[in-house]
Design a protein around this ligand. Structure first.
Ligand code: FES
Ligand SMILES: [Fe+2]
Length: 354
């Protein structure tokens, strides 16, 4: 398993950015033990409906706040109170801000160190996203805006949980530059291709005949990462938007989800529209599974044996590095990566549209 330092990405083991940590519909008043960024975490929905994610281990004696089913704190249904959570061991209660605010058997002042970290989370697009920053700073970029989500005439995705891959996220990011795999892997040889990099956004614009998704017709995609972990891909003219998101679990281990937002024939969508959207998502997932199988079984590409008509991997890797460096260095690294990048012997625009 190759790690961040093996790829030479930067001094931070995990990238700075917004990352999906759960399907929002799975987050309830029953706390879950989850693991991301090499850390154990407790995730639950408070009584107000707010999603809370805390570092897992109680500062009293190190108990995992969420990995318990037998303590009477859990059996009596007392664990989540308001937006706070009680530890299964001695029932100290921590607020959504992570501070201990009740020790049932001690009425004196609560020690200031009786606290756990509370993560910044956002519930959007049916997902719970958390802000991760090894420097502990506030978000320096936003989640992507997806106006179609609230537009009414679209069928929301039902997320595919793709599980955890024994590979570093760098291998997933390489796909953005990878013009040459589209034919062999996906049955969709490229007719035009370019990457556009601007700050935290890395975009891929391409088109070609797609064997499965369009049954041999032209499929044009506008695909972009907003930050290191959230990808959207508009299937131009098809009324569908693919969502792929990945989050490091440990260094060199990544968890991924997939969804497809589909424009419906009716507003609000009918049952038939929903069934058609689920089928379209299945096709899209099957296409992504082609990449997934490669990643699950490959050896790390610590360096790429590049030929001149390969895609601009080096630029996309340069873009990715900003997230592994202190934010003070981000602007300098962005300046090194920004630009429009084309592929030798490959048009950069759709010649049919010209
Ligand atoms: S270990 Fe959590 S309350 Fe004692
Ligand atoms: Fe791919």
């Amino acid at each position: 398993m190759a790690t961040t330092s093996d790829y030479g990405l930067g001094p931070h083991e995990y990238p700075r950015g917004w990352f999906m940590v759960a399907d929002a519909s799975d987050v309830s008043r029953v706390p879950q033990a989850v693991r991301f960024f090499g850390q154990d975490l407790a995730l639950y929905r408070g009584e107000s409906g707010r999603v809370v994610m805390l570092d897992a281990y109680c500062p009293h004696m190190g108990t995992h706040l969420a990995a318990n089913t037998t303590s009477f704190v859990i059996q009596d249904g007392l664990q989540v109170e308001g937006d706070g959570i009680r530890c299964p061991y001695h029932a100290w209660r921590f607020g959504a801000d992570g501070r201990c605010n009740d020790i049932p058997y001690f009425k004196g002042p609560i020690p200031a160190s009786a606290r756990v970290r509370s993560w910044r989370v956002e519930e959007r697009y049916g997902c719970v996203f958390a802000w991760h920053d090894m420097e502990g700073g506030e978000p320096d970029c936003d989640l992507p805006v997806l106006p179609e989500w609230d537009a009414g005439g679209w069928v929301h995705w039902k997320l595919d949980k793709l599980g955890t891959l024994p590979c570093h996220s760098q291998e997933l990011i390489d796909n953005m530059a990878d013009v040459a795999h589209l034919g062999p892997t996906h049955g969709a040889p490229c007719e035009y291709f370019r990457n556009e990099i601007n700050g935290v956004v890395c975009r891929q614009l391409q088109g070609g005949k797609h064997r499965s998704i369009t049954g041999g017709g032209l499929l044009e995609t506008d695909t972009y990462y907003t930050g290191p972990g959230v990808l959207l891909s508009r299937f131009v003219g098809l009324g569908s938007i693919m969502f792929i998101t990945h989050t490091p679990v440990d260094d060199g281990l990544v968890r991924a989800w997939h969804g497809l937002l589909v424009q419906a024939a009716h507003t609000p969508p009918t049952e038939q529209d929903v069934a058609a959207a689920r089928m379209a998502q299945d096709y899209s997932r099957a296409a992504f599974a082609q990449d997934f199988e490669i990643w699950a079984n490959k050896k790390p590409a610590l360096t790429i044996l590049q030929v001149p008509t390969d895609g601009p991997y080096a630029k996309v890797r340069a873009w990715y590095k900003q997230f592994y460096h202190p934010r003070a260095e981000a602007a300098r690294l962005q300046a090194q990566a920004n630009g429009v990048f084309t592929v030798r012997d490959m048009p950069s625009e759709n010649a049919r549209a010209a």
